[in-house]
Design a protein around this ligand. Structure first.
Ligand code: ADP
Ligand code: ADP
Ligand code: MG
Ligand code: MG
Length: 608
């Protein structure tokens, strides 16, 4: 079905510019006639973490299945597939010869963290977290690993009742406790906050550390680790080497040669593989959205006509202040990220410092899971009430006139809200994507700029004939962002837009949101985002959460980016620098010279 879907999309904006010559012959696997095929494979190296980078539907999971020995590659001949012996011969002279020889002789034990979906969790209903991990605990490291992944307070829970982030850490733990030769992690950080992403990264990297194994250095140096990851900062930090996959989603994927992490990621973003002199995307993915960037000739900009090449007049309505607010939930009932110290029946309190926001800015909310980011959004949207009584007014002091107008929330200003789990009514919608768009944002659809800069850029155009109920998580997310942006408002509230999106779509989505809300509409956006690359690409100011998640937290007033991100990273004890080529943030290795220098100088986030 995916093949047909790929064919019907003219919107392969991310078009393939030129195919390498060997695509007809050097096929590694083809699922069937006119089905997806993959060219090349990842070449894992013992003692190292190999990162895989590529858009959705390009063959990453397929490649992992082949390396894990569960899918025997047919070398393109699905009618009379090759025997394993032939496959070993085929890879003679490469790293994979030895690898597949051992697969063939059953000498490689493989542990896989699969990509998560709803069905996965459903199958595990009624099973206890502790029992499932214990059952796999071949390294006798269960307690250590569970503690490092912040799972100890969840041991007695039913797996079926875990939140997305809890389930992710649980499955990662189930994989890490096994005693295997090959470890594979297919998207291990979705639903996690930044701190948890770093914890998972450390835990995976520890597989290649000598003090983690009885056999010491020799054992550690024999482990193969392969990760598929869409968070570029995390992929960068986690991997020793990178291989990219490019091609045409649903049709074919090509695996590039192994390269060092920095070059690999930069080449992917540039859309150009230097060693192979191969351009696979006709525009580079960049992070900076400057005011002047609005009509740059990138993904869609080139299609704008002369007359349209002028930025929208940004009408400044001045500064809106909101008062200090607080919210207490009497019981931590939702189960989401309740911490050890929050016993059932206790309460969660969120305190919000008074703050303000202006037209044309993005304010990022940075904090751990369970610290009240969504609660803040709900307060702003007017879906839940502040408990400070009459103090709780949000007034405009634009030109003095409205200064004391009592607004119980921002709702009266016009709010468009993309909720964290997306609108369940939309998810249950029975018609096609086009029907839903017409029902929700019909007037925006006739706006040519909206179609170009949002609908087409987010590749929602190619989904229009599909049933909403058939959409994947990432497709639903792009649709939800489109509906949010297409709803006219003064304030846009966007909760975790990157969930389900691949690395490429994240960069594009960040740009689309900023370009539309800030540059075009001149409005304000509150954003919750754990992908640090995306958050820093979009944020103009930052609200940082402090306190104990699930118990009591405080949201600071919006601060400027340097101060805000600096404060956020200081709490995590991580430093970032920027890549000089494309300005993407990169995590400094712990205790590296840069890390120590930046910490000494108090510069956790080197902005320029
Ligand atoms: P990724 O992990 O990069 O998102 P996958 O490896 O899961 O991509 O899938 C690549 C393509 O192969 C998709 O178009 C998918 O529909 C197709 N595909 C995956 N498994 C099968 C299968 N068993 N039979 C036919 N096509 C498949
Ligand atoms: P975040 O978005 O930062 O992950 P949330 O705002 O969703 O955090 O939740 C903050 C805390 O409040 C969590 O401990 C959560 O369990 C609790 N909580 C959220 N909504 C409710 C609710 N409706 N009833 C009870 N507790 C809730
Ligand atoms: Mg996959
Ligand atoms: Mg939330």
């Amino acid at each position: 079905t995916c093949v047909n879907r790929a064919k019907q999309c003219p919107g392969e904006a991310v078009s393939v510019v030129k195919l390498p010559a060997n695509l007809e012959t050097d096929t590694t696997h083809r699922y069937g006639p006119n089905s997806f095929k993959i060219h090349g494979l990842p070449h894992p190296r013992p003692g190292c973490v190999l990162g895989l980078l590529g858009t959705n539907g390009i063959g990453k999971s397929t490649a992992l299945k082949i390396l894990s020995g569960t899918l025997k590659p047919n070398l393109g001949n699905f009618l009379s597939p090759a025997e394993w012996q032939e496959i070993v011969t085929y890879y003679r002279g490469s790293d994979l010869q030895n690898y597949f020889t051992r697969v063939l002789e059953n000498q490689l034990k493989v542990a896989v963290k699969p990509q998560l979906d709803a069905a996965f969790q459903r199958r595990l209903r009624g099973k206890k977290v502790k029992d499932m991990i214990k059952h796999r605990d071949e390294r006798n490291k269960m307690d250590e690993i569970c503690a490092s992944l912040d799972l100890m307070h969840l041991m007695e829970r039913d797996v079926g009742k875990l939140s997305g982030g809890e389930l992710q850490r649980f499955v990662v733990a189930c994989t890490l406790v096994k005693d295997a030769d090959v470890y594979m992690f297919d998207e291990a950080t979705s639903f996690l906050d930044v701190k948890q992403r770093l914890q998972v990264t450390e835990a995976i990297r520890a597989l290649c550390e000598k003090n983690m194994w009885e056999g010491g250095e020799q054992a550690a140096m024999s482990k193969y680790v392969v990760v598929v990851e869409h968070d570029l900062a995390i992929l960068d930090y986690m991997s020793d080497f990178v291989q990219c996959l490019y091609g045409s989603p649903g049709a074919y994927g090509v695996v590039t040669k192994r390269s060092n992490v920095r070059n690999g990621i930069n080449q992917f973003l540039a859309g150009y593989i230097e060693q192979e002199n191969m351009r696979f995307r006709n525009h580079a993915l960049t992070f900076k959205v400057a005011a002047t960037d609005f009509f740059v000739n990138d993904e869609v900009g080139g299609e704008l006509e002369e007359g349209q090449q002028q930025a929208a007049v940004v009408g400044k309505m001045g500064t809106i202040r909101y008062p200090a607010m607080s919210k207490t939930y009497s019981t931590v009932g939702k189960g989401e990220e309740a911490k050890p110290d929050s016993k059932p029946g206790s309460s969660f309190t969120l305190n919000i410092e008074a703050g303000d926001f202006r037209d044309g800015e993005v304010i990022a909310l940075m904090g751990e899971n369970g610290c009240g980011k969504t609660t803040f959004m709900e307060l702003l949207a007017g879906n839940t009430k502040d408990q400070r009584g009459k103090e709780s007014t949000i007034g405009s002091n634009a030109d003095g006139a409205d200064a004391d107008t009592a607004n119980p929330s921002l709702a009266s200003l016009g709010v468009s809200y993309k909720t964290q789990n997306n609108n369940p009514k939309h998810r249950r919608f029975e018609g096609t994507v086009r029907d839903l768009l017409e029902e929700t944002i019909n007037s925006s659809l006739s706006d040519r700029l909206f179609r170009l800069l949002v609908v087409r850029a987010l590749q929602v155009e190619e989904l229009e004939d599909l049933k909403v109920s058939s959409l994947s998580g990432g497709e639903m997310q792009r649709l939800a962002i489109t509906i949010c942006l297409g709803t006219p408002a003064s304030v846009y509230l966007i909760d975790e837009p990157s969930a389900g999106l691949d690395c490429e779509q994240r960069v594009i989505a960040a740009k689309v949101m900023k370009r539309w809300i800030v540059n075009h509409m001149g409005k304000t956006c509150f954003l919750v985002e754990h992908d640090f690359v995306m958050a820093t690409a979009m944020a103009d100011r930052v609200i940082v959460y402090e306190g104990i998640p699930g118990v009591e937290c405080t949201a600071t007033a919006p601060r400027n980016v340097n101060e805000g991100f600096n404060n956020f990273l200081k709490r995590l004890d991580v430093t970032f620098r920027r890549d000089p080529i494309n300005f993407r943030p990169r995590i400094n290795k712990k205790n590296s010279r840069k890390d120590q220098e930046q910490k000494a100088a108090g510069c956790y986030f080197l902005f320029d």
